[in-house]
Design a protein around this ligand. Structure first.
Ligand code: NI
Ligand code: MN
Length: 232
């Protein structure tokens, strides 16, 4: 069963049963919550940034250079990486899925900004997204940074574990994220993208209460501290 290790903000290292290691939204060295630095991440097979913002992409190019990893992201982010000399990229886009050796990945819509950190030309700005991943028999939805959308209702019945931002200010806050849970109806929800900086301070226990009010007892809220691992 895939093991998810949280490193603060939206960063996860995922270890699949076959040994494949994924990193979602790589943000280590400048991440105030991460207990590990980029040099401690170890082997990476695939790197999956949901969008190009600094707090999801800062360590992407260095990790791609320092490991054997293949980048999986939007066409524009893949093109930017190629322009920076990265050879192993798999471009895809919102609404499209692909069967990788470790499992199927589909990019999902997000309402957010599309600037790509490090792109001084501005030509690689892209639609931000999320990932719906089928890993070791589990369906894991990493929403990326997004507002609440009614479209999330299309994921109802298709998600075992939802990873949702609750920080407010830049993304959904706890109320909207609880509403997203009511639309998606996952078995488990993991709140992310909070308490990294004062602007996004939140109490995850309040989110737990809101999920109970809006979505009932059928959804478990898994609050992860940076460094925690969880196998759904
Ligand atoms: Ni962002
Ligand atoms: Mn962010």
């Amino acid at each position: 069963m895939a093991k998810l290790t949280f490193h603060g903000q939206s960063t996860f290292v995922v270890e699949c049963d076959d040994g494949t290691r994924l990193v979602i939204d790589p943000f280590f060295d400048d991440n105030p919550l991460s207990a590990i630095r980029r040099s401690e991440v170890g082997a990476v097979d695939y790197l999956l940034p949901t969008h190009g913002h600094y707090d999801h992409f800062a360590d992407a190019l260095p990790l791609l250079r320092e490991t054997e990893a293949t980048l999986i992201s939007t066409f524009e982010i893949a093109a930017f990486a190629e322009s920076e000399g990265i050879a192993k990229v798999h471009p895809m886009h919102i609404g499209g899925g692909y069967g990788f050796p470790f499992g199927r990945v589909k990019m999902t819509p997000a309402i957010h900004g599309g600037q790509v950190h490090g792109d001084t030309t501005g030509q690689y700005s892209t639609a931000p997204g999320g990932f719906l991943m089928h890993l070791d028999g589990r369906r894991i939805y990493h929403a990326g940074d997004t507002a609440l959308t009614l479209d999330m209702g299309l994921l109802k019945g298709k998600v075992d574990v939802a990873i949702l931002p609750i920080g407010d200010n830049f993304t959904m806050g706890p109320e909207d994220a609880a509403e997203a849970v009511a639309l998606i109806r996952p078995r488990v929800v993991i709140p992310v993208h909070y308490n990294t900086w004062p602007l996004i301070e939140q109490d995850p226990e309040r989110f737990r209460d809101l999920v109970g009010e809006r979505a009932g007892d059928g959804v478990r809220v898994e609050i992860m501290d940076p460094g925690d691992s969880y196998a759904p």
